[in-house]
Structure formats: structure tokens, C-alpha cells
Design a protein around this ligand. Structure first.
Ligand code: ADP
Ligand code: MG
Length: 349
């Protein structure tokens, strides 16, 4: 278990117009699982490569277990990096693949056998020791790769979008497995994903990265519910952003004056609300706080829910309605939307 501290990391690739990572600070407490989420190209893999020692920062510091990593080669950092391309050795059995790192360290064969068996139990693949990688499903191969990474008891586990090649059901299983394995081993883990739901589902902490910089870091529910800035809100799927003039607990927006649950911070410039937090009701009754008459412009069926776009005054709102509740609504119908004060989040930027 090691704490990892990243201090003002900056990295510009040769010839690139701007840094891939800029002034990046992150503190990963020992034994925790942090997800790093952001759109493609925002610099997530570069952060992992810097921690692993596969690239050197232009500025800033990396501390693993309190020790500065400048000049320390990858194999002496105690960090293992596992990507979506897990590359098992094709000519070796599962047991030989998992035990590889221990053999390289000259560990006694009997100890290797027992550790490999423990690891295969942990990733729920007992009894597959003698299989070849070509005889494994994609999900099984991924589990073997995880076992191979964990068996050497690294101080740090770096996972670079490990689930992105798996189909949705396997993703969920593998995600839970990673969470359990991390919990049991206590290895400090940084898990990179571009999927915001994955990011908030498995983590102790979630860090949002946008355009090379750390945009938000905190408990997953806080990051999801209280994005604080417009950019993080949009990335996390808040969708509805209403610019406003704030006055105490009320804010005047294009759809009307809204009441907030708490006084906004002075830097707030807009309020955001997630589609699933807006309530839609039939008819045009608008009694009650934050309730407005509007009309349905479009309805899009998404299986578990229906996405309704509604026109409210001069603006549009996107509302996610449970499928059964949407059945009574049609395009053009007059409806009322209710924006609960506690679901409205002030943001800056
Ligand atoms: P992410 O993992 O979030 O998709 P990356 O860290 O891979 O982002 O990339 C960040 C930026 O750095 C991108 O603009 C990418 O094109 C660039 N980049 C990544 N690796 C290299 C490299 N080896 N050489 C030059 N540019 C790179
Ligand atoms: Mg990447």
C-alpha cells in the first residue's frame, strides 16, 4: 500500500502544439481506488505513463510511498500498468502467464504455484492453470491479465481502460471483480476510463480530467451531483445548463426565476440540472415552486426511459422520463416541468 502524490505534472510531447498534461495535481491515498475519467485525448494515458515511468514529465513531481520518482526506471517503481490490450504470452499456459513476474524475480516454484492458485481464485478462474490463452474467452483472458498484474504485489496498479473491449455484461462483471480484487489486496489503484458511469460506480474517489488538466476530484457522488463548473457538468451528463442572474437564493434564467436549495457561491454563472432529475407532468398546471408550462417537441425511446425535449419559454430542456410514465405523453402536448430546488446545481465558468 503506497500513497501516490502527483504535483503540478506537465508533459508536452515533442512537436505537439500544447501540453498533453498541464499542472496536474492528484493525491491517491494508500489503499484506495481512484478513477480518472475524461474524453478521448484529454491526457489520461499520459498520466499513467508518467506514473509508470514510461515517460518523464517536463515539470512537476511524482511521489510513490513518499519517494520522488525522478530518474527511477519503470521496473523499480513498484507500479504495474494494464491496458485494454492485455497481451498474454501465447505460448505459455495460464499458470505460466500468471507466474511470469514471480519467476523473473527468482521466487521458489512451490511458492509460485501456491500464489498463482490464490490469484486464480481471486479472479474466479480456479482450475484453468493449464489452458493456453487461445483457449480463453476475452473476459477470461482479461482476468488472467489482472491476476498476472496483481501476483507481484505491486505498490500501484494502473489500469488504462481495461474494460473497453468487453461487451456490456462482461464489463459489469469485470468491473466488480476489479473492485473486489483491489479491496482484498489493498493495492493503490488508478483506473482510467472514458465512461462516466463506470467512473462513479467503482471508485473511492473520482478525478475528472479535461484538456490536460484536473477539472474536479472528490467522492464519486459529489463529482456526479455537484460538478461545480460548467465543463465538468456537461462532461458528467448534466445536459441542461441555464445561464442566470443570481440574487440570494433565486436565479433568473431564460425559462423563468428558479429557487435554489442553498445560496450559490459568488462565482456561479449558471445552474445545471440532470435530465433524470426534472419531473414532467401532464397538463399545464404550474402551481408550486420551479414549475413551468411547456410543450413537448420530441420524444425519443431509449428502452428504460424516454428522452423528452421540451420547450420552456425561450429555451429547451432535456428530460429523462421513465418509460411507463412517458406512455401518456405525445409530441405537441402541453406539460409542466418541475425542477426541484435540491437538483439545481450552481456552476461557474
Ligand atoms: P487519453 O488517454 O485521454 O485519450 P493521451 O494521454 O493518450 O489521452 O493523449 C493526450 C494527447 O497527447 C493527445 O492529443 C494525443 O494525441 C497526444 N499524444 C499521446 N501520446 C503521444 C505520443 N507518444 N507522441 C505525441 N503525442 C502523443
Ligand atoms: Mg488513453
Amino acid at each position: 500500500m503506497s500513497r501516490i502524490v502527483l504535483e503540478s505534472l506537465t508533459k508536452t510531447y515533442p512537436g505537439a502544439p500544447r501540453p498533453a498534461v498541464r499542472g496536474f495535481d492528484l493525491d491517491l491515498p494508500a489503499g484506495t481506488l481512484t478513477t480518472l475519467v475524461g474524453p478521448s485525448g484529454c491526457g489520461k494515458s499520459t498520466v499513467l505513463r508518467l506514473i509508470a515511468g514510461l515517460a518523464e514529465p517536463d515539470a512537476g513531481r511524482i511521489l510513490i510511498g513518499g519517494q520522488p520518482m525522478a530518474g527511477i526506471p519503470p521496473e523499480r517503481r513498484g507500479a504495474v500498468l494494464m491496458g485494454q490490450d492485455h497481451r498474454l504470452f501465447p505460448h505459455m499456459s495460464v499458470a505460466e502467464n500468471v507466474g511470469f513476474g514471480l519467476r523473473m524475480r527468482g521466487v521458489d516454484p512451490a511458492v509460485i504455484r501456491s500464489k498463482v492458485a490464490d490469484m486464480l481464485d481471486l479472479v474466479q478462474l480456479p482450475g484453468l492453470e493449464s489452458r493456453r490463452p487461445s483457449e480463453l474467452s476475452g473476459g477470461q483472458a482479461q482476468r488472467v491479465a489482472l491476476a498476472r498484474a496483481l501476483v507481484v504485489e505491486p505498490a500501484v496498479l494502473l489500469l488504462d481502460e481495461p474494460l473497453s473491449d468487453l461487451d456490456p455484461e462482461l464489463r459489469l462483471d469485470m468491473r466488480d471483480l476489479i473492485r473486489r480484487a483491489q479491496h482484498q489486496t489493498g493495492i493503490t489503484t488508478l483506473f482510467v476510463t472514458h465512461d462516466r458511469e463506470e467512473a462513479v460506480a467503482v471508485a473511492d474517489r473520482t478525478a475528472v480530467m479535461l484538456a490536460g488538466e484536473l477539472a474536479r476530484h472528490g467522492r464519486p457522488a459529489d463529482v456526479f451531483e455537484r460538478p461545480l463548473t460548467r465543463a465538468v457538468a456537461l462532461f458528467m451528463g448534466a445536459t441542461n445548463v441555464l445561464d442566470g442572474r443570481f440574487d440570494g437564493r433565486s436565479v433568473t434564467t431564460s425559462i423563468g426565476t428558479l429557487t435554489l436549495a442553498a445560496p450559490p457561491p459568488p462565482e456561479a454563472t449558471a445552474v445545471v440540472i440532470r435530465p433524470e432529475r426534472i419531473r414532467l407532468s401532464a397538463g399545464s398546471g404550474t402551481s408550486g415552486v420551479n414549475t413551468f408550462a411547456c410543450s413537448i417537441k420530441s420524444l425519443e425511446y431509449r428502452g428504460t426511459h424516454v428522452v423528452a425535449t421540451v420547450a420552456a419559454a425561450t429555451d429547451m430542456l432535456v428530460v429523462a422520463v421513465p418509460a411507463e410514465a412517458a406512455a401518456g405523453h405525445g409530441v405537441g402536448d402541453p406539460v409542466a416541468v418541475h425542477l426541484p430546488p435540491e437538483a439545481l446545481q450552481p456552476v461557474s465558468g
